[in-house]
Design a protein around this ligand. Structure first.
Ligand code: GDP
Length: 445
């Protein structure tokens, strides 16, 4: 995410760290580099100008304060300024006093609007809500089908023209209006309306969304924008905001090689914050937007908070505790191993997780980590019988050959896995982590 920008900042700060005191010339130099880094990241010119001016103001007299080292102070100032530029606070969603809470989704075609609608529905479910998805994009024939498929994936019902709410001519405004009544009937407390997108802004599209907004009275109107389109995204947002009162932006495709311009310009130029961010094709790659976390990532400080959130979401606490207890008792089996591995995998690609750790050197952060290796290990374990997973000692030569065949790997790979597993068990016992067995052993002597 924003790798080039992170690299630039890292370079600037590394040079800065070497200095004991900062002269005025040093500060000028740093500010010039920051300015260039932001412009290269496609940040709007006015935003860059304001950013640099505020950092300059905050650094005045810095070399006089001896408490912190000057480089640290500059980094802190830039960090705070980045957080502010990204919108400051994380949005707190409030719900309509009289349900349903309506969320209107607008955006250009291909921005990721339909996907984001489903992801948002999943997010609301995670908040204990009962969302309903409404397909009001009747322009693109495949859109409704896509929404239905996504709805099934996130287990949220989808209503559209083909249902009872469709009305006579399948008018999107009518569909949206009827869907609100349908939500009340079905006891759904959040309604997410996916509206039509076009390739570019046009009056008819704007008029349609405006009418839908009029009849559904949304609590939130979100504009979905593709982060990869940089400053164009901001122009789109400005145009939509003129026609439709936006409450926030949903920024998508942050996993791509977006430079950062859209994220860093939207709040100041449009005056509306980024509400949610989407950073992948999977339905789980979506969350509230956290300016502080992204600012930390941009400055190479990692993003431990997101890592913890992911772990909380992916890990079943009880299962993990039980597995840990068995590990301590030297009774950890391939069954536990497989469960743990699958939980780790739920947190997303390993390469993505490494980027969230603070202080990870650039080379490692950008290294391609082969998630396929995990897949191969998983295939070998799933090719074992339950008995083999519980008692690996019974896996003899012919069983090894069968496991290799079943998982499409070499016998040498199966041997390596079994060896590693045995070594791990031995190590656990050797560390005195097998209390029950150890006690028994002592008694026996
Ligand atoms: P719509 O035309 O605005 O409704 O866009 P879609 O929801 O159909 O998305 C367009 C394409 O972008 C699809 O192939 C999505 O899978 C993809 N997409 C959406 N969000 C993301 C994201 O956050 N990251 C990535 N990599 N792809 C995304």
């Amino acid at each position: 995410m924003f790798d080039a920008l992170t690299d630039r900042f890292e370079g600037i700060f590394t040079r800065l760290r070497g200095k004991g005191r900062l002269s005025e010339g040093d500060v000028d130099e740093v500010l010039r580099e920051i300015r260039l880094a932001l412009l290269e990241a496609d940040v709007s010119f006015t935003v860059v100008r304001g950013f640099v001016a505020r950092v300059r103001e905050a650094t005045v007299g810095l070399e006089l304060s001896g408490a912190l080292n000057p480089a640290q102070q500059v980094i802190d100032i830039v960090h705070q300024e980045l957080i502010a530029t990204l919108g400051g606070e994380t949005l707190r969603i409030t719900y309509a006093s009289k349900p349903p809470t309506v969320v209107l989704m607008a955006g250009l075609q291909g921005s990721g609007k339909t996907t984001a609608s489903a992801k948002l529905a999943r997010w609301f479910k995670g908040q204990g809500r009962n969302p309903l998805l409404v397909g009001a994009d009747l322009q693109r024939p495949a859109a409704i089908e896509q929404l239905r498929t996504l709805g099934r994936q996130v287990d949220v019902p989808v209503v559209s023209r083909d249902d009872a709410i469709g009305g006579e001519g399948g008018d999107p405004v009518e569909v949206a209006e009827n869907a609100i009544a349908e939500a009340r009937r079905l006891g759904r407390d959040v309604v997410i309306v996916d509206t039509a997108g076009r390739l570019s802004i046009d009056q008819e599209l704007m008029e349609q969304v405006r009418q839908i907004a009029q009849v559904t009275e949304p609590q939130y109107t979100f504009l979905v924008v593709d982060a990869m389109t940089g400053q164009d995204a901001v122009t789109t947002a400005e145009n939509f905001h003129q026609a439709l009162e936006l409450d926030g932006v949903i920024l998508t495709k942050l996993d791509g090689d977006a430079r950062g311009g859209a994220a860093l310009s939207v709040k100041e130029v449009v005056g509306r914050p980024i509400a949610f961010a989407s950073n992948g094709e999977k339905v789980a790659d979506f969350d509230l937007f956290h300016p502080d976390r992204l600012a930390g990532r941009i400055l190479g400080m990692g993003d431990v908070l997101t890592l913890i959130d992911r772990a909380k979401e992916a890990f079943d606490d009880q299962q993990a505790e039980e597995a840990a207890a068995r590990l301590m008792e030297g009774q950890f089996t391939f069954v536990d191993f497989l469960e743990q591995m699958q939980q780790v995998k739920k947190m997303g690609p390993i390469s993505g997780l490494i980027g969230m750790l603070p202080g990870v050197p650039k080379e490692l952060r950008n290294q391609e980590i082969d998630d396929g290796e995990l897949g191969r290990i998983e295939a070998m374990i799933t090719s074992m019988t339950t008995e083999e997973r519980l008692k690996p000692d019974i896996i003899d030569g012919s069983r090894r050959a069968r496991i290799a065949r079943g998982s499409g790997s070499d016998i040498s790979e199966v041997n390596a896995l079994l060896d590693q597993f045995r070594q791990m068990q031995k190590m656990m016992k050797g560390m005195g982590l097998g209390p029950k067995k150890a006690k028994k052993g002592k008694k026996g002597k």
